[in-house]
Design a protein around this ligand. Structure first.
Ligand code: GDP
Ligand code: MG
Length: 395
């Protein structure tokens, strides 16, 4: 699963990415906070069961004051300019990166001081960026389907192949699943056994609906520090049809840096920070921190962590589950308490969890125990966010 940051140049994607992936929360098991120039490991935050179960956990990642940091891969999808699908800007690189993203955080300069090409301006309407990103995505999807549609529909109509199976195998790069296809077929109301009879508009409609499902999007209205009033935010909320969250990537980066340097205590996503050592902080830094404080007071947070959490938990419908070996102490074999936090799609079962932990464990799965109730649960029982589960295997 990958979170993609997309947006016009100079809107603040790299700043956002840097803030998210800053190694300040040193995660031993993830040596490559930056995998690639434009890829890295960020985190979602969630309430760790350690507080409620009254234990002190030994996380593979990090848990600060009962807030658990669960790693997620992130990719900075640079190169969004109008007509990117025709090779403008970074062209194919842009589409390749985009393909990898399961959910998009669309970073905008809400102050309107960056135009569609990333040049400084006054009063640019950031809604334009939403409009043209959707357009770019739709062109790209349409193009992929139109190119293949004839061959694809012949297979189904002449060789009696299954529509869903064919779609999954031919368009596997788009990260579609069967559920998506079923939903889209229902929405567009077309006959999936006769794709050869679909008109050009039908195919394009189908592509657009599939795009909406497979590239869900949330808006990071970045650079809120440059806004005098929230009118623009409200306006964008109304027009975009997307969830729009105020954001200040630069403030988040400043907070995480200061925290890394031991100057402040700051838990990403929180509404406040504490100054630890004011002797280490210069007057200029203090001024910057006061400015950041104003943003925190106005908006409740810098918005960065909230955006990543919403993208993963709400748009991708994920939950966090904690597999353990010992149902009484919540430990693994070595005695580590609540060591692992696993992201699963909502609706996953204990068996899905077993496969997520290891394919061998999945193969040997015979049941599971809900460690809170100590009750045995079946392979088809749906897991809930925060569940602590012992997997039983035949091996
Ligand atoms: N005022 C303000 N500037 C920001 C913010 N986030 C990023 N910037 C600045 O915007 C410029 C472009 O940022 P960058 O992250 O390189 O944008 P990218 O091209 O989208 O990756 C840089 O000068 C950043 O310091 C923010 O929240 N507020
Ligand atoms: Mg950049």
């Amino acid at each position: 699963m990958k979170v993609g940051l997309v947006g016009a140049p100079n809107t603040g994607k790299s700043t956002f990415m840097k803030a998210c992936t800053l190694a300040d929360i040193e995660i031993n098991n993830y040596p490559f906070t930056t995998i690639d120039a434009n890829q890295g490991i960020g985190y979602v935050t969630t309430n760790c069961p350690c507080k409620e179960l009254d234990v002190s956990c030994d996380p593979n990642g990090k848990c600060i004051d009962g807030i658990r940091f669960v790693p997620v891969e992130m990719i900075d999808v640079a190169g969004l300019v109008p007509d990117a699908h025709q090779g403008r800007g970074l062209g194919n690189q842009f589409l390749d990166d985009l393909r990898e993203a399961d959910v998009l955080i669309h970073v905008l300069d809400i102050s309107g001081r960056t135009d569609s090409e990333g040049e400084p301006t006054e009063d640019y309407d950031p809604y334009e960026n939403i409009r043209f990103l959707k357009k770019e995505l739709d062109f790209w999807y349409e193009d992929i389907f139109e190119r293949e549609w004839k061959k694809f529909s012949t297979k189904i109509e002449m060789e009696n192949k299954d529509f869903e199976e064919q779609l999954l195998s031919r368009f596997s790069g788009l990260k579609i699943d069967k559920d998506d296809i079923r939903k889209v077929i229902k929405r567009v109301g077309l006959d999936k056994d006769r794709p050869g009879e679909w008109s050009k508009d039908d195919v394009s409609n189908f592509a657009t609906e599939l795009r909406k499902l497979t590239k869900p999007m949330i808006i990071a209205a970045n650079k809120i520090d440059l806004l005098d009033t929230d009118e623009k935010l409200e306006d964008l909320r109304e027009r975009s049809g997307c969830e729009v969250l105020p954001c200040c990537a630069e403030a988040e980066l400043a907070l995480r840096k200061a925290s890394e340097q031991g100057k402040i205590k700051y838990i990403p996503g929180c509404e406040k920070f504490q100054i630890l050592d004011d002797k280490k902080i210069s007057d200029k830094e203090m001024e910057a921190l006061e400015f950041v404080n104003k943003i925190l007071r106005n908006y409740g947070s810098t918005g960065v962590q909230k955006l990543v959490n919403k993208a993963v938990f709400d748009l991708l419908n994920m939950i966090v589950v904690y597999p353990v070996e010992n149902e009484n102490n919540y430990t693994d074999k070595k005695g580590n308490i609540l060591p692992d936090a696993i992201l699963l799609e909502r609706g996953s079962t204990a068996e899905d969890l077993a496969y997520e932990v290891h394919s061998d464990i999945g193969d040997d799965f015979i049941g599971a125990i809900d460690c809170r109730t100590q009750r045995r649960i079946g392979s088809d029982q749906i897991l809930q966010n925060g569940d602590v589960i012992k997997i039983l295997t035949s091996g």
